[in-house]
Design a protein around this ligand. Sequence first.
Ligand code: SAM
Length: 387
Amino acid sequence: MVVLTDKFGRGISDLRISITDRCNYKCVYCRTGNEGALYGDLAFADYLRMARVLVGMGITKVRLTGGEPLLRNGVVEFVRELAKLRPQGLKPPSQSRDSSAAEAAPLQGPADQGPTDQRPNDQRINYMKQVPRRAAPRNNNTGEVAEDRLDIALTTNGHLLADLAQPLKDAGLTRVTVSMDAVDPDRFARITRVPGGYDHVLAGIRAARRAGLWPLKVNCVLMRGFNEDQVIPFGMFAREEGVVVRFIEFMPLEEDRVWSPETVVRLEEILARMAEYRPLVEIPHARSETARRYRFDDGVGEIGIIAPVSHPFCGHCSRIRITSDGKIRTCLFSVWDHDLYAEMRRGASDEELAEFIRGVVMKKEERHHIGEPDFVPASRTMVHIGG
Ligand code: SAM
C-alpha cells in the first residue's frame, strides 16, 4: 500500500493539475480584467508523466483545473490517458465504501431531472422568485468510483461544458464541479465580465447531469457587495436542478488585492441567510472533505459550505497542486513553488522525480495565516495556481 505523507502525518492523496493559465472569464473577485495568462503550459504528455509518477506514490484523485481547463484542446484525450492509470494508494475516507453514508448522500432534485433530464439546456428559471417544491427521491447513483479506478474530476466555469460533458464522461471523467457565482443572468455577467455566459453555463450543468457526471457540484464564491443576496436563490437552484451547491468563503488570492475580512461572507452568515428560506440540517462529511454538508429539512437538495477563512481545515489537507508550467505547490498560500518540470527537463528518471516529490511534500506548510498579522500573500493568485 503506497501512501504519501508529509511531516505532519497528513496523507497526500489529492492532486490538482492546472492545464492552462488562460481563462475566458474575468471574475471580479479573481482577476483584474486586464491581465491575461502569465505562465505557459506544458504538453499533455508531461502532465501525464507527472500524474503517473504521483499516482504510483499514492495519489488516488486527480482534478483538472486552470485557468479554464476546457480552453485547452486535447483535454478529452488527456482524460482518456489519465483514466488508464491505476491508483496504488488508500482511498481517502470520502471515497471509500465505508464512508458511503457520507458520500452517497447527495440528493437529486426533482425525479425527472437526473441524467435522463429532457429539459432544454437553455430553459431559464427565475431563482429570484420562489420556486415550487416537488418531492424528490433519494439518489441511487452515488457517484462512487470503483476502487481500482483513478477518481478524475474537473473544475470548470462551464462555459464550454455543454458540448464536452459527454465526451469527457466517455473518456473516463468521474465528476465535474462548475463554478457559478450568481443564478441571476445579469448579475452573472457583471461578476464574470463576459456578456451572455449564464445560458452557456446552465446548458453545461444540464449536459453534465445528462452525461452522468455525478455528483455534480456547483461552487459559488460569495463576496460582499456582489452576490451575498444569491444565497437563497442558490438554495432554490440546488433543489430545482438537483445539484450540490457549495458556497466558498472568499480568500485573499485575487489579482486585484481587494480582499479584506469584511468582504468575506462567513459560514454562519450563509447559514443564517439560508434559514430565512428553509432550515438546513448538517449531515456527516468525511474528514478530508473541505465542505461542511447540509440538507434541507425536507431532504430535498444539498448545500455545502467551504469555509477556509472562518473554519480552516489545513489539519486535514490532502492536496498538492501542479501549476500549468509544471511547478508543485504544497499550499494555496505557498510563497514558493517547486520546479518539477525542471527536474524532468534535466532528464530525471521516474525514481528521481519521486524522490524530488517526497522532499517537496515534506515541506508542505502546516496551515495558512489568513487574517493574521504575519500573513504574507501567496506568490501566485488563484487563477495562476489552479483552484
Ligand atoms: N476556471 C475554472 C473555474 O472557474 O472553475 C477553474 C479555475 S478557478 C480559479 C477555480 C475556483 O477558484 C473557482 O471556483 C473560483 O470561483 C475559485 N476562486 C477564484 N478566486 C478565489 C478566491 N479569491 N477565493 C475563493 N475562491 C476563489
